[in-house]
Design a protein around this ligand. Structure first.
Ligand code: ACM
Length: 516
């Protein structure tokens, strides 16, 4: 697919981020009458509703499927001829008398209607004429949101999902359990949210978690926007909140409290006890029922193995299974759960620490500690989600990582063709130790849109940064009208006043030297 030779921003006032891969602009506009008629096949109904909702918010009355496609102003249809670019591709044609969006999948139609919304001029209520053929370079385009350290209320999550959909991101990685809280209701184990859904320093008695109804609402909201959710249930470390609820899941079975501080803690699930695996499988059975998506993230990062070294149960497991050491025990743990998920039709994902042992084939690796680990995982044959701290950690202050840094990220830098193929895409990570709900949106946006541009276009097909920045400014302005609160983009915009977020980017991540 060739690049657009004429940058879209010089032709229309809207902001399409990421930039469509091919666009041919023509003189003239499509200006519909008072009500707009839209027609779509059954498979494109979610996209149709999205368009109807988006235009409705701008005061455009839309009538859907009340007419034959021939009489509609906007038609969503299957492609008349082959459409290059994979399952998410779409072709958009805006004629003087109407709009056609061709695609093969719900995702393709969803991206097409997002571009239709982006191109709509709210003042004149018309569209520029164009032929676009568009598709992403990377299939996995996402963001992690940590809802443990600080709880994130449902309306804020929905606004963030809107901000993701606005730039065609398609994976919401939802970090739901950690040392400082357990935030997902599990009906079979009510103490997880009775005791675990509150940091011990949080306002007295306030338990904050997502009920099954909340989760169903968020799943529905994300699905309508073409976003898959990847729930993360952390194990075998980052488990203090669970152990505070059920001490017999731990090695020493002494009571621990849900943590009120940040940092690393030694409380792991007991890898020697079968009832621990039974517990986790019961939890994951509810998770799988709630999330109708293909992936579950098991965490597996930053597991301090000291407790396992002096736990008789863990040592007995090592012996019985013929394992070399505690690192092999972690692989045993993770693989046993990954196999359970596989039997339930789900792919398990782990942070890059799983490479310290032998992860089972079929797992995916999320590389976070260092960009060199992307290659390491790919060369070992695992599909990789790239999230290196240096480019993707949005909990870092703007002085550490700004829009220009994110935009400079190349997920496949230095990889040969075979390894590059293993990189499915990337995620930004929004951890919330130092950021609460009041600051979240402006920490995430607009930096996240920089990642979206890289993943859609590919690092080698980017426009000059200044041009991208001008588009992002337009997108930020439009997003503000829709209720989102994007923050500043560049470190020079906050010079001296940048107090939000972490500033330890130059400290190496723990244990990375074992791998890289
Ligand atoms: C991580 O940042 N511990 C994955």
């Amino acid at each position: 697919m060739s690049d657009s030779s004429s940058p879209a921003s010089s032709v229309f006032p809207g902001a399409v981020v990421p930039r469509p891969r091919f666009a041919e602009w023509e003189e003239g506009r499509f200006a519909p009458g008072e009500d707009l008629r839209i027609s779509a096949p059954e498979e494109a109904i979610a996209a149709l509703h999205r368009l109807q909702h988006g235009l409705g918010k701008r005061g455009v009355v839309v009538r859907s499927n009340v007419t034959s496609p021939e009489q509609a102003d906007i038609v969503l249809v299957h492609p008349a001829e082959t459409l290059p670019g994979g399952p998410e591709a779409y072709r958009l044609t805006i004629f003087p008398r109407g709009i056609r969006v061709e695609a093969r999948t719900a995702a393709g139609w969803g991206h097409g209607v997002q571009t239709v919304l982006d191109l709509h001029a709210p003042d004149t209520r018309d569209w520029p004429l164009v032929l676009m053929v568009d598709a992403p370079e990377f299939a996995w385009r996402g963001m992690l949101l940590d809802c443990c350290r600080h709880f994130v209320p449902k309306p804020v999550i929905c606004r963030i999902l809107d901000g993701m959909a606005a730039s065609k991101l398609n994976r919401f990685h939802w970090h739901l359990t950690d040392d400082q809280a357990w935030r997902i209701e599990i009906k079979r184990y009510p103490r997880l949210t009775e005791v675990g859904a509150r940091r011990t320093d949080e306002s007295a008695g306030r338990r904050q978690f997502y009920s099954h109804d909340d989760i169903r609402d968020i799943v529905e909201y994300a699905t309508q926007r073409g976003i898959d959710i990847v729930p993360e249930i952390e194990m075998p470390g980052h488990a203090t909140a669970a152990l505070a609820c059920y001490p017999d899941l731990g090695c020493h079975q002494v009571p621990v409290e849900v943590k009120a501080q940040w940092g690393l803690f030694p409380h792991n699930y007991n890898a020697g006890k079968d009832h621990v695996f039974e517990f986790l499988e019961n939890v994951l059975s509810e998770v799988v029922d709630l999330f109708p998506f293909p992936y579950v993230h098991l965490g597996a990062d930053e597991c301090d193995k000291a407790q396992w070294r002096d736990c008789p149960d863990c040592q007995a497991r090592i012996k019985a299974e013929g394992l070399a050491d505690e690192t092999a025990l972690q692989s045993y743990f993770v693989n046993r759960i990954a196999a359970f998920l596989q039997r339930h039709g789900r792919t398990a994902i782990g942070w890059d620490e799983i490479l310290e042992g032998e992860p089972m084939s079929g797992m995916m690796v999320q590389a976070w500690r260092d960009e060199r680990i992307i290659k390491l995982a790919a060369d070992r044959g695992f599909p990789v989600i790239a999230s290196p701290r240096r480019f993707c950690y949005l909990d870092m202050a703007l002085s550490q990582i700004d829009l220009r840094d994110v935009f400079s990220f190349d997920p496949t830098a230095g990889l040969d063709e075979a390894s590059a193929k293993m990189v499915v895409g990337a995620e930004a990570n929004m951890w919330t130790e130092y950021v609460d709900e009041s600051e979240l949106e402006h920490m995430i946006f607009p930096r996240l849109w920089g990642l979206s541009e890289v993943l859609w276009c590919g690092a080698h097909n980017l426009m000059p940064f200044d041009e991208f920045k001008a588009r992002v400014d337009l997108l930020s302005a439009r997003a503000r009208v829709d209720g989102l609160q994007p923050g500043p983009a560049l470190r020079e915009d906050v010079a001296g006043k940048d107090r939000k977020g972490r500033t330890d980017l130059d400290e190496p991540a723990p244990g990375v030297e074992k791998l890289a």
